[in-house]
Design a protein around this ligand. Sequence first.
Ligand code: GCO
Ligand code: MG
Length: 402
Amino acid sequence: MKIVDAKVIITSPGRNFVTLKLTTDSGITGLGDGTLNGRELAVASYLSEHIAPLLIGRDPRRIEDIWQYLYHGAYWRRGPVTMSAISAVDMALWDIKGKSFGAPVHELLGGACRDGVLVYGHANGSDIPDTIAAVQNYLGMGYRAVRAQTGVPGLTGVYGVGRGDLFYEPAAKGWPSEETWSTEKYLNVVPDLFNQLRDTVGPDVHLLHDGHHRMTPNQAAWLGQRLEDARLFWLEDVTPAEHQESFRHVRNHTTTPLAVGEVFNSVHDCSTLISEQLIDYIRTPPARAGGITGARKIAAFAEVYGVKTGFHGATDLSPVAMAAALQVDLTIPNFGIQEYMRHTPETDAVFPHSYHFADGYLHAGTAPGLGVDIDETLAENFPYVPAYLPVNRLEDGTVHPW
Ligand code: GCO
Ligand code: MG
């Protein structure tokens, strides 16, 4: 079998997506997601200028060899643009391999370790009562795990809050907007939110929260302690993710479970976090880690140290990335949870897929390969629209991480 075409498709059915479609001489095609929020065109260019010409004529069945060739062969290793591009290629190769055997990819990865993939949804509200109502709405839909984010008194436009009940898109059209942030004001409200939530929903619902890398290690330790009685499933991205050492301080001061890694793109970004057991969940998904091949290597390393996975699954990862994540989620022993932000009906129409939600779980379905397709004719109706995540500034104007 040989790859005869590598096409990069950019489409914006509700948000921008970059999809790689590989075609083989046997007629089998494979899809991979190369979407990188706000940097979509950089990955598209990396794929079409630097990778596509190298793939033509290659045997798509040699997945590991192609991974090594693209990763080591470039000399310039890692980084989100490079690794998102390699991720797209790797997913498309696994899709082709699955289809060539007539089997879903998870069957080729050792078969399913579980019957369904536990997912969490995103509940947002402008204040605590609104957020509690949003969580209850998710529970009504059958979710067993819900992430809760609330507006902060004294701040307008907190990221990810109050942008729609079921679908919200973190990026906004046009150049990046700027939001004002105060970690002190944020810390005034979060413990109350979770203490009230736990009292309302009872002991069995999994509650999660995302700190978006905005706290210092001391602030994170303080918040982790305050949340212990609310027994969170996890507290995510407490401090800037590139400071692996910060987690030692947080870990030493709180028993609240910690998650990080949606911005990582290799096992080297989290080797200290995992080997010192400073976190409970690693979140680097196939869409960032170099596809199914890269994500399985991180998961296997984490398994050795008792760290579980909780792959990023926001709306800026396409249904192709979600399908790839589910194939891995099903097959690894140390699976923890999968993030599941629902895509809009427009996105789902462009990317028909076999996975579906029932009773708090996602089910991958039995379609061969990844079980996801792209309607290229429909995709053409949605041209690229520049859109970016916001930038954070403190109240005095200083740029702040998030
Ligand atoms: C999450 C994330 C998102 C990201 C977004 C970036 O946990 O889902 O933090 O809200 O900010 O996916 O592209
Ligand atoms: Mg996050």
